[in-house]
Design a binder for this molecule. Structure first.
Ligand code: C2E
Ligand code: CA
Ligand code: CA
Ligand code: CA
Length: 284
């Protein structure tokens, strides 16, 4: 038993070593990817429920690693842990704002660009200045830029996040609360954040009309209804993310939700495909 325990320890140590070295390798690869311009943005349309008119797009980062496209779930967390989220986030902000400016030059005005900001980007970092610098460099209206944050920004101990969000909002940018309903804190953060948009998380949307699980479906319907009412009472626009089918679309439209995002309209697309699919009509 003693020797097998020793083996387990050695096995554990070696798998730890492998994991640590895999992480270090991954970190180096990500660092080079940022430096070498191997990141790119995909854009997912957001449309009004009422008339299906295009509101704008959410920018979602991808890592083009040779042939393979690595999704953000596989590197954002590492970027946050290593601090690489700072240069990565700066690149995302500048590229997304540049893309919106390019669409404006094509004649498509009045579109909105939603940009994800990780809570980590607020730490000892002038993320508000990065956004405002990109806005003035590319000459877009600040009201056309929406920053998506999660409620964990309030865990930021120095209070720098609230200050930065306030500055962004004062400058005319929109602030969206992402993944609404999935956090572990109470609703009290709604008292502390000044927002423009609530984004209902896709886990609630996917349970809507869940014929596979009637009770989950009924519960989700009650929860989503309450979220929409709450959002409206607070004066916010409500966005549903992860809308995949016409049943969910119709239900949310009837419930008074304003903006729809999800595979029902489109997956996130490279800029050229987004333009072909959503900006090919008459300029707006
Ligand atoms: P998120 O901000 O909640 O973004 C929505 C995610 O849901 C995206 O995944 C999108 O592709 C996916 N999605 C949209 N509609 C549907 C649908 O109808 N069905 C399903 N099943 N999924 C849908 P993606 O692009 O893989 O991004 C995952 C997460 O990575 C994002 O979640 C966000 O937290 C993070 N992320 C992505 N880009 C950035 C970025 O530029 N900066 C930061 N800090 N985080 C990012
Ligand atoms: Ca988001
Ligand atoms: Ca989300
Ligand atoms: Ca998220």
């Amino acid at each position: 038993a003693k020797s097998s325990g020793g083996n387990e320890v050695r096995l554990f140590e070696s798998s730890m070593r492998e994991r640590v070295s895999a992480r270090v390798t991954m970190e180096g690869r990500l660092r080079r990817a940022i430096e070498n311009g191997e990141l790119l943005l995909h854009f997912q349309p957001q449309c009004h429920f009422a008339d299906r008119r295009l509101v704008g797009a959410e920018a979602l980062v991808r890592w083009q690693d040779g042939e393979q496209m690595i999704p953000p779930d596989q590197f954002i967390h590492l970027a946050e842990e290593t601090g690489l989220i700072m240069p990565l986030g700066r690149w995302v902000i500048d590229s997304a704002v540049a893309q919106l400016a390019a669409w404006g030059k094509l004649g498509h005005h009045g579109l909105r660009m939603s940009i994800n900001l990780s809570t980590r980007q607020f730490l000892r970092n002038a993320v508000d200045l990065e956004v405002l610098t990109a806005i003035s460099r590319h000459g877009v209206g600040s009201a056309s830029i929406e920053l998506e944050v999660t409620e964990s920004v309030l865990l930021n101990p120095e209070g720098t996040a609230l200050r930065a969000l306030h500055a962004l909002r004062e400058a005319g940018c929109r602030i969206a609360l992402d993944d609404f309903g999935t956090g572990y804190s109470s609703l009290s953060y709604l008292q502390l954040l000044e927002l423009d948009t609530l984004k209902i998380d896709k886990t609630f949307i996917s349970s809507l009309g869940g014929a596979h699980n009637l009770r989950a479906g009924r519960n989700a319907a009650a929860i989503v209804t309450a979220m929409i009412v709450l959002g409206h009472r607070l004066g916010y626009e409500v966005v549903a993310e992860g809308v995949e089918n016409v049943e969910q679309f119709n239900w949310l439209k009837a419930a008074g939700c304003e903006v729809c995002q999800g595979y029902y309209f489109s997956k996130p697309l490279p800029a050229a495909s987004f333009e072909a699919a959503f900006l090919s009509g008459a300029p707006t």
